[in-house]
Design a protein around this ligand. Sequence first.
Ligand SMILES: Cc1cc2nc3c(=O)[nH]c(=O)nc-3n(C[C@H](O)[C@H](O)[C@H](O)COP(=O)(O)O)c2cc1C
Length: 242
Amino acid sequence: MNPRLIVLLLIVSTLTVLGCDKHAKEQTPETKEEPRVAATDKSIVVYFSRAGEQLHVGYIAEGNTSIVAKMIAQKTGADLFEVKPKADKYNTPYRQLENIAKKEQDAKARPEYVEPAPDLSQYDVIFFGAPVWWNDWPMIMYTFFENNDLQGKKLIPFSTHSGSGLSKFDFKLARYYPYCTVLKGESFLGEDVQKDSNRIVPDLDQWLIGLGFTLRPNENENEAPETADANVAEASSETPVE
Ligand SMILES: Cc1cc2nc3c(=O)[nH]c(=O)nc-3n(C[C@H](O)[C@H](O)[C@H](O)COP(=O)(O)O)c2cc1C
């Protein structure tokens, strides 16, 4: 065969293959997978919460976020760390606390917490939980964020609230840790948690399973563990700001 013809045929066939490949890529439907945890990941729940006089529920012996944090730890096997303020300035009536928190927010205060904090380098996944205070993380959580370099870790935010939902906890967390993966966050109505924590179990389980956790059975229940293969709805419980 004429060598020129051979070269021409080669060029044409190469262009055809490239063209098909391009076409094939265009045909492939886009799948945007949410990042998830791996079975071997080690997790910890870092949370802030406050007992005392609370909106809608009166005096509470254990904070709403604390209850959720412990449920997450029980279900996932995660360790727990409570961010406790060094100064006892939040132990006040509710309305007074609102003023204190607003002033801290306006001043971008960084209240200190009780050390030692755990060595987070041993963890792959870190849940961060807190009550919504004035549509934001309580300032003490920012103290924690600024004190810890968590490069490369998977972070999972959650809130308890009285109507504001997650209040962009996830976006704000991503701003502090641009080199981390922020996984899907979740929010829980504080009143529900406090009055009967069983009410939040379906949403809590669905969220954790959607993140890739295989849930541990509750010692008080006689159920088979649920797995990450369960059908997971997309909906978030975020609600409009109060
Ligand atoms: C200072 C302060 C500010 C709050 N701001 C909000 C808010 O902006 N939006 C909201 O939904 N709830 C707000 N709440 C209600 C708490 O988020 C809610 O009661 C939460 O469940 C309390 O959690 P804890 O018991 O773990 O502290 C506020 C509560 C306090 C004390």
